[in-house]
Design a protein around this ligand. Structure first.
Ligand code: 5GP
Ligand code: ZN
Length: 112
C-alpha cells in the first residue's frame, strides 16, 4: 500500500522523477539525489511503512525479498568490488524520509 503524502511513494508512482536503476512488482531502486559515495542507490519496497522497527511478518517477507535481490542490483550498478548497506532508523540515525529504505553505497573504497 502506498501513501499519498510520501516522497518515496510519489517516486514509485512516477509523480516525482527519479533515476531508476531497477524495478519489479515488489521493489524500486533509484539513485540518491545527494550521493554520499560514487555509487549511492536507495532500495525501497512498494509498500509504505515508515520505520525499520515497523516490521511484521508480512513486511519481513518483503524485506527478505529485497535483501535477496540487492547483491545483484549492486553488482550491476558499479559495486562489483563491494558496498555498504545502511538503514537509518529514527531520529538519532538522522532518518529524513519516513518510508523504509536501504542505502547502497559503493563504487569506491569507502571511509568508515
Ligand atoms: P535518510 O536520511 O532518511 O536515511 O535518507 C533519505 C535519503 O533520501 C537521503 O540520502 C536523500 O538524499 C534522499 N532523497 C531525499 N529526497 C529525494 C528525492 O526526491 N529523490 C532522490 N533521488 N533522493 C532523495
Ligand atoms: Zn512511502
Amino acid at each position: 500500500m502506498l501513501s499519498d503524502n510520501c516522497i518515496f511513494c510519489k517516486i514509485i508512482k512516477g509523480e516525482i522523477p527519479s533515476a531508476k536503476v531497477y524495478e519489479d512488482e515488489k521493489m524500486f531502486v533509484f539513485k540518491d539525489i545527494e550521493p554520499k559515495a560514487k555509487v549511492h542507490l536507495l532500495a525501497i519496497a512498494k509498500d509504505h511503512f515508515k520505520l525499520f522497527s515497523d516490521m511484521d511478518d508480512n513486511r519481513s517477507e518483503t524485506v527478505k525479498y529485497m535483501l535477496t535481490k540487492i547483491p545483484q542490483i549492486a553488482k550491476d550498478n558499479g559495486c562489483e568490488n563491494g558496498y555498504r548497506l545502511i538503514v537509518n532508523q529514527g531520529e538519532d540515525a538522522g532518518q529524513t524520509v519516513f518510508h523504509l529504505h536501504f542505502h547502497i553505497l559503493g563504487g569506491e573504497n569507502l571511509p568508515w
